[in-house]
Write a protein that binds this ligand. Structure first.
Ligand SMILES: Cc1cc2nc3c(=O)[nH]c(=O)nc-3n(C[C@H](O)[C@H](O)[C@H](O)COP(=O)(O)OP(=O)(O)OC[C@H]3O[C@@H](n4cnc5c(N)ncnc54)[C@H](O)[C@@H]3O)c2cc1C
Length: 442
């Protein structure tokens, strides 16, 4: 084992400490709200955050080990979602202590769910081209514009909003970052049904929505830097197989009414499947096993081309896992592997495409069937004689998402080309011309 590999081993101290804390504090008869209050205020819900932001200042490796220890113990884990994954680390980095106490406290205790109000119909890859305006009116900001692709917007209490606060300066310089209350009459959230049949994301219309000046995070017109912290956390989560909306068994926030339920009811048969470390491909490794079982079940496992495809999937998963270990090892000794987060993101896209292709090949003609609504699952299982059909077709239909969210594959390649390999950027006057004078996308 190399020196750096040894350094990636999580510290047993953190795991021991959380275990003894759980011995004293876990009580399945608490409500979800009561349990998350205990977990969040103890620092164990988000141990990677600094201590002044309801964390314990642990490194990523130890934080993942702590999450695993909580699951192994059979206790309900931290509130998931974009609040914990994106908003909390962003506010911990750029927010004032008052903002940390106002926002991060409610995130780590699961009281409030957050969504990410970044993309617009004309601003996705070119996010800095966003046109939603925020205009100061006394102690408030009045926000008008449209956001799209807002994952979980329909269950969110708060939004991470980026809006244009100065159109007279170059586009990256006139953006500000706010926390905005989603429950107000100026915000209209309309779910969009995807091709999977689910409505995971939404379009959000803001019509003179208001947010107090105290919700401005990171300073006026400094929103691009703040948004980049959010995006960096998003890529780190995605590249390590964290999935887009970092799931937890119970849903945080006031909309999905899980807070009043019994915490113990969310952990019966608690997930004890443990990652082998590395993370990359972790969420996909289990799909690989499912596909192998599926192929064994319908006799396709002897088909050489399917064996070849499964082997490719396994190899991609392993590469993802090792890349993630590499990143962690480098980080542990204060180094960075340039471009590795982008490569990890690209590798995740490759994995989901391979999963889609081999899954549909194994299913054969049944792969053309899908249960778009939960009530269709029974008849589909009966017709195909296979309870996993819906999972495989669901995965196949969703495979188009990961290569887009968190920065498309093409954008990742641009970043590697320009920032890692030093290739010239596309010529433009983005950095010098006022935003109002630039041609608009939409
Ligand atoms: C499942 C899912 C969940 C999402 N959740 C959220 C969310 O919660 N909040 C949020 O704000 N956004 C969310 N998004 C939006 C996501 O961030 C954007 O879709 C993404 O940034 C791409 O933007 P766009 O869709 O506008 O495509 P565009 O930017 O219009 O791109 C269209 C095509 O052109 C290519 N392209 C664009 N610019 C370049 C370039 N310079 N060089 C080469 N090729 C280029 C792109 O790669 C793509 O193929 C989500 C998306 C998905 C799929």
């Amino acid at each position: 084992m190399t020196d750096t590999a040894e350094r990636t081993t999580p510290s047993t101290d953190a795991v021991e400490e959380v275990r003894s804390w759980l011995e004293e504090n876990w009580d399945p008869d608490l409500t979800v709200a009561e349990w998350w209050e205990r977990l969040g205020l103890s620092g164990w819900a988000a141990p990677g955050l600094p201590e002044h932001a309801y964390g314990k200042g642990l490194n990523r490796n130890d934080s993942v080990a702590v999450q695993g220890a909580i699951a192994d113990f059979g206790a309900l884990g931290a509130p998931g979602g974009l609040g914990l994954l994106l908003a909390a680390p962003t506010i911990a980095t750029h927010g004032t202590q008052e903002q940390i106490d106002l926002y991060v406290r409610d995130i780590v205790t699961g009281q409030k769910a957050w969504c990410q109000l970044f993309s617009e119909p004309g601003a996705g890859s070119d996010l800095a081209g966003l046109q939603t305006r925020a205009i100061k009116d006394g102690e408030e900001w009045v926000v008008t514009g449209q956001k799209v692709w807002t994952s979980g917007g329909q269950v969110a209490d708060m939004g991470m909003l980026i809006a244009r606060t100065d159109p007279d300066v170059p586009k990256h310089q006139g953006i500000s970052y706010f926390g905005i209350d989603m429950h107000q009459k100026g915000i209209d959230i309309r779910p969009l049904v995807e091709m999977t049949g689910h409505a995971m994301f939404n379009e959000v219309f803001l019509e003179e929505a208001v947010t107090p000046d105290s919700s401005l995070i990171g300073g006026l017109n400094n929103g691009w830097a703040v948004a980049n912290t959010t995006l960096m956390n998003e890529r780190a989560g995605l590249g390590s197989g964290g999935g887009h909306a970092a799931a937890s068994a119970a849903t945080p926030g006031t909309v999905v009414n899980d807070l009043a339920k019994r915490a113990g009811d969310f952990v019966s048969g608690a997930a004890t499947s443990r990652r082998r470390g590395g993370g990359g491909g972790g969420m996909f490794g289990s799909s690989y096993k499912l596909l192998v079982e599926l192929a064994k079940g319908n006799g396709k496992i002897d088909d050489p081309s399917i064996r070849q495809d499964l082997m490719k999937l396994h190899t991609l998963n392993e590469l993802g896992r090792m890349n993630s270990l590499r990143a962690k090892a480098a980080k542990a000794i204060g180094q960075d592997v340039p471009g590795l987060p982008n490569i990890s993101k690209l590798s995740m896209s490759e994995i989901v495409r391979q999963q889609r292709d081999v899954g549909l090949k194994i299913l054969g003609p049944y792969g053309t069937l899908h249960a778009y609504k939960p009530e269709d699952a029974g008849p589909l299982n009966e017709a195909t004689g296979n309870p996993f059909t819906m999972m495989v077709t669901g995965m196949a239909l969703f495979a188009q998402g990961p290569p887009i969210y968190g920065g498309t594959d093409q954008v990742q390649r641009n970043i590697i080309g320009e920032r890692v390999l030093g290739l010239p950027k596309e010529a433009n006057n983005d950095k010098t011309a006022a935003f109002k004078d630039l041609p608009k996308n939409a």
